[in-house]
Design a protein around this ligand. Structure first.
Ligand code: CA2
Length: 150
């Protein structure tokens, strides 16, 4: 069975690879998207990849995911630490959710240690760099396979 996975990225991630490589690595978001597409193919999954700097776009994509996606992978970026609205939107999604952070948010400033999104996430991946997205896709196909159909 082929699953459709939404990969949603929050603010400033469009600048990936252009600044702070010591924190976020040297790959651009386009590189990450290509790598995710390759990984998804290996696991016979389809992928839609999004990025926006606007909170309402992320919320709209989460709403759209309810109609067609089997699973959601989300790096909410700074909205992780601030957005009850994104948490509320995710609460309406019934499938598995994996929260990804490129850096290990727990070894950084205190304000990054709490994520609203984690409350609704099935799993959280942090600190594996951009490889975390590929790990999330692999694990998402496992999670989707475990879903009850009745
Ligand atoms: O580690 C992560 O993936 C984060 O979600 C990245 C967010 C940060 O606010 C979270 O606490 C952890 C920041 C994304 C900013 O992306 C940049 C990319 C390139 C250069 C500068 C920032």
């Amino acid at each position: 069975m082929s699953y459709l996975i939404y990969v949603i990225n929050g603010p400033n991630l469009n600048l990936l690879g252009q600044r702070e490589p010591e924190l976020y690595g040297g790959k651009t978001l386009r590189d990450v998207e290509k790598s995710c597409i390759e990984t998804a193919k290996k696991y016979n999954a389809k992928l839609k990849f999004f990025q926006s700097n606007a909170e309402h776009d992320l919320i709209d994509w989460i709403h759209a995911s309810r109609e067609e996606a089997n699973g959601v992978i989300i790096n909410p970026a700074a909205f992780s630490h601030t957005s009850v609205a994104i948490l509320d939107a995710l609460t309406l999604f019934e499938g598995p959710i994996i929260e990804v952070h490129i850096s290990n948010i727990h070894t950084r400033e205190n304000f990054r240690h709490h994520s609203y999104v984690s409350q609704k996430a099935t799993a959280v991946i942090a600190g594996f760099g951009t490889e975390g997205y590929n790990i999330a896709i692999r694990k998402m196909t496992d999670l989707c396979g475990q879903l009850k159909t009745s």
